[in-house]
Design a binder for this molecule. Structure first.
Ligand code: AGP
Length: 609
């Protein structure tokens, strides 16, 4: 996803902009550029490809000046190229800007502007915004921006430099995140917090269509009509090192190794392990609320959706509440009639996923109570949901979600346990016993992480696989969905998750000699059935790797290899089983020489539809 940075203050802007763009590089991009006021003109440097290409150009053609904007582009309209990279300007060279988002009515606006004599050089929707604001500009930047955003449809985060107002940066956003902050040397703007943390920890999250005007002296805020408004700031307390790779080869391995700590930090927000009790005041429901819930709906995208599938199991099994889990991009176009007593859980690591935001807003509009499960304080979903249950995974830099998934499942499990407690569907003794088992989860994870060489060795023999099937029943089927996504998104190996009992209804036709099948069998109550499904594929030539907890002779007998996790309550098995599955995907990708942290075509936060 695109990344935006900006700075105006004391000192050379270029290194600050480049440092910020490097911090945002994890979001995924295919070109980069900056624009700086050099005292006489707004000077641009931009280039296709990695940030190093831009840095090489700046080394030979530096730009001096203390006010500038920068951008890493993840192409949506117009191929990755020099001419399509940002910044973009208007014909009359009155302004340049950078943009994150998608302008849905850019074709109509472009033809209107062409009819007015504008000349376009790129294929981007962003240049349309620059030409539009340039066309509306009569000397007052704020007036041009307020008029311009009224004509834009879609999503945008914009940082704009005006030639006539050289040491100011004008920022405005709608459905695309933007944060501003004032530090020791001046004012900063960025798409995400890490890009400004080394300058200030007090940040302000921009609301839709609000305008920020950054100057060396400070930041002024206006509403969409240009009326001054006041905005508070949020103090960010996580440290920048948490968002750095340290001694790990990849962020993904670092973040897998952080999972025991992330689990504990998240669980401790909602559970007292000492007293084996839930912290009931951490959950946003009274007894009356909990008793009045008629249905729970869960939405998310990708891994967040897969966490929601486990949440569905927990809410129905523990709290005995009817539950639906749905992909956000489908949910938002559904024609549901919402009944009184519904509660929507909105799962999102970044809190900025466009499809999930839109789906949440639709439900809110229908009067549904929304509870976010989110990892980023101040993100759009965290701010707009009626309530938030934060995960405490810390910054997750690798595109592939690992610790965020684990902590999302943790929060969903504890939310279900809390509703079960309030609704009386689970006894206090069972709650205490489950909390005792939860306390042992980090140790079980550490054991699996410490013995990861076994998985690395298995991957070294299997990374040539063209197709991999993950099968399981119940909770294991939900887990298989996440395992399959992890493998394909970072190793580019085609993989599918299938309900083990469903294979024989068609897909088993794809099984042939040597096909790798990973059978998840952590649910003792379903092990015998899964064992039969393993045998069905084995006799047709499949090479089966079993993943079980404790002794399951039925499963072991039919598998070429078995990975074991500590025996634990079946509901808690995913907290352990996901570790080898993530490690397997990681090592397969490393064996194939893939870009583990920044897989092709992917972005960490999909802020466009
Ligand atoms: C998973 O590894 C991907 N990074 C992707 O599926 C991600 O989970 C999805 O885009 C949702 O992101 P969010 O949790 O930030 O909303």
């Amino acid at each position: 996803m695109c990344g935006i940075v900006g700075f105006t203050g004391v000192g050379n802007a270029t290194p600050i902009l480049i440092e910020g763009l490097e911090t945002l590089a994890y979001r995924g991009y295919d070109s980069a550029g900056i624009a700086v006021w050099d005292g006489e003109n707004i000077v641009m440097r931009k280039e296709k490809g990695q940030l190093q290409n831009l840095k090489d150009i700046l080394a030979s053609e530096p730009i001096g000046g203390s006010c500038g904007i920068g951008h890493t582009r993840w192409a949506t309209h117009g191929e990755p190229s020099y001419i399509n990279s940002h910044p973009h300007g208007d014909d009359k060279k009155q302004l340049v800007l950078v943009h994150n988002g998608i302008i849905e009515n850019y074709v109509k606006l472009k033809s209107m502007l062409i009819d007015k004599g504008c000349n376009f050089v790129s294929d981007t929707d962003t240049e349309v915004v620059a030409q539009l604001i340039g066309d509306l500009y009569k000397g007052d930047p704020l007036a041009a921006i307020t008029a311009g955003i009224r004509l834009l449809e879609g999503s945008f985060a914009l940082a704009i430099l005006f030639r006539d107002d050289p040491d100011r940066i004008y920022c405005v956003c709608k459905d695309s995140p933007m944060v501003v902050g004032y530090g020791r040397d001046g004012a900063h703007i960025a798409s995400d917090i890490p890009a400004m943390l080394s300058y200030t920890r007090d940040v302000t999250f921009m609301g839709d269509k609000q305008i920020a005007v950054l100057s060396p002296e400070g930041i002024a805020f206006y509403d969409e009509f240009g009326t001054p408004i006041d905005k508070g700031s949020t103090h960010i307390d996580w440290d920048l090192d948490a968002a750095k790779k340290g001694s790990y080869e990849h962020y993904m391995m670092k973040e897998i190794c952080e999972e025991p700590v992330a689990f504990r930090k998240t669980a401790e927000q909602y559970v007292s392990f000492k007293y084996r009790k839930l912290k009931t005041d951490c959950f946003p429901w009274s007894e009356e609320d909990a008793q009045s819930i008629k249905r729970i709906r869960i939405i998310g995208c990708g891994t967040a959706y897969h966490a929601g599938l486990l949440g569905k199991k927990y809410f129905s099994t523990l709290a005995k509440i009817p539950v639906e889990a749905e992909i956000a991009s489908e949910f938002r176009y559904s024609d549901y009639t919402f009944e009184p007593g519904e509660m929507l859980f909105v799962i999102s690591q970044s809190g900025e996923t466009a499809d999930t935001i839109a789906a949440m807003r639709m439900a809110k509009q229908a009067g549904v109570k929304t509870v976010a499960v989110c990892n980023v304080i101040g993100s759009t979903i965290a701010r707009e949901a009626d309530d938030v249950l934060f995960t405490y995974a810390g910054p997750e830099i690798a595109v592939a979600a690992t610790k965020s998934y684990l902590t999302q499942v943790t929060v969903l499990f504890l939310a279900a346990l809390s509703l079960a407690e309030v609704r009386g569907t689970v006894t206090e003794e069972r709650i205490a016993s489950l909390i005792t088992e939860l306390a042992s989860i980090p140790a079980g994870m550490e054991k699996l992480i410490d013995s990861r060489e076994e998985i690395q060795y298995f991957a070294s023999r299997e990374f040539v696989a063209q197709h991999v099937f993950f099968i399981g029943r119940g909770i294991d089927c939900a887990l298989a969905m996440e395992a399959a996504l992890k493998l394909k998104e970072i190793s580019y190996i085609h993989s599918e998750a299938y309900a083990a009992g469903e294979l024989k209804h068609g897909t088993i036709a794809l099984i042939e000699d040597g096909t790798l099948v990973i059978a998840l069998a952590t649910q003792g109550s379903l092990a015998a059935k899964t064992a039969s499904n393993i045998e069905e594929v084995r006799v047709r030539g499949a090479k089966v790797l079993g993943l079980t907890n404790g002794e399951m002779p039925d499963v072991d007998a039919h598998c070429a290899n078995v990975w074991r996790i500590d025996k634990t309550n079946e509901l808690l098995a995913p907290f352990l089983a996901i570790i080898p599955l993530q490690l397997f995907a990681y090592y397969m990708a490393v064996q194939k020489g893939c870009s583990v942290d920044k897989p092709r075509n992917l972005a960490k936060s999909v802020t466009v539809e």
